[in-house]
Write a new protein. Sequence first.
Length: 511
Amino acid sequence: MAKISAKISESLREYLILTGWIKCKPEKVSLEAKLGDSIKLQYPYMTARMQCVVGPDMAVAAGRNGILTCIPRSLRDIDKQNIINANKSARLKKGNVEYLERPESVEPDTKIGEVIELINKTGYSVIPVLDWHKKLMGFYIHNPDNTSSVPPYKPIKEVMTPLRTKSDNRGVPFLYNDSSKAEVKRLLISEDKRFVPIVNNKMVFQRLAFLQKYDTNFIGIAISTRNKWEEELERWGHQVDTLMIDSSNACFDDAVKILKAAKEKFPDKPFGVGNIIQGGHFVKFAKNGADYIIAGMGVGSICQTGSERGNGRGQFTVAKELSDVRNKLYDDTDRYVPLVIDGSLGNVKDITVALALGDFVMMGNYFNRFYEAAARKLGEKGEPISEEKLIKRVETWGEGHPIARLVGMFGMNYREAIREADPADVANVLERYGHASISSATIEGVVGTAEYRGRLKPNVEEDARYIRTTISNTGASNLEEFRQMAVLEKASPETMGDMYPHDITIKEGGK
């Protein structure tokens, strides 16, 4: 006889975070997160294992910004290798000197408002000011926590920091282009500078040098749970930092078998299992060696596992039950297994509520909206577009939709590949993969578009400022303290309505 759970499935969006006594300024709050002993991230973020999200551009951009990229299991091998190769080329180690050859620059008479627009678009906060001969005049250094009150129509030369001179030691120090990396590193460390410009003997700007503060571009890959998982372990395990199972429901015997085999072959690489929604399953996988657990089912923006099949659970309920089990397991065994909250993260508030319970968040819709997402960008009328300023939407689809199977066979340019293929082969493929009548399978994802937000870097940094402020307001200074100190309170629908701007016509500032 069917049982009825005493719990009610609740959403992350139903909860608010109460304030505490502030002990740490928002800009000092750390969002760093560790996955095992080998992976240290600047943000507790993982990209969803989605074709429309993860390609070479996303791997490079997310990785450089301290986010873990997770390669979907459903891509072609050649596409997976391209992502790994691009990511490998972009890797930096803590203490490395990084050169930026062609940073965004402005002229001395450029208005401050225009410079701020450039910063908001690109995410770069160090802007060289060059005359029309490309001679370096100085820098505008943007601090979002202490913005300038100078009117936007003023020229940047009035607020820029000039170069250091013999008579004025307060300016920006510089080096010549025959300086070695050792000299660059020595100056950056000795003067505690974020950057140093490199010029030639005529003071013409050459490049910017930065001292890398973090290891970058950690990458993971999802492996199949079908017949080829042993082959995939062997092929990809040596090239990535972490491996994982990606299944809408990972609760089956082969998942445990794959987990054990992966830990035996790669004992030092974290292995994650997902997705699950019940505490007992968390314990089972944790006791069999899982290094992290991915939680959630039926609540993703492109998922219809819950709506069509009736499988799933509210993400707050999942996060609460599994975080309780994680904590009890740690108390009983002294082994801490991080919890990854995957799905239903519609805005920064929901992300922060999730981080009050989970150790990481895995996001698809969030990253799908950025310029670096793998899917096609669309204009006002839904037409494919390449000019960045005209982008309005980004394509999106679920891994459980037939389009994902087409991408898995032909690549992201499957439309062009199909047009060039033999018609008989195409008919066979479409019969098997392109329609709803897929034998022995159910369609678990939808196709649609997501609203375009812009480049990854500035958006991630802006959202992180909100998250740091929320954490600061609880009295915490880092994620671990936040999980210990956060007090969550369920809000009525009326309260949630009050929390958004209301009773006015919004002209600016709404999201």
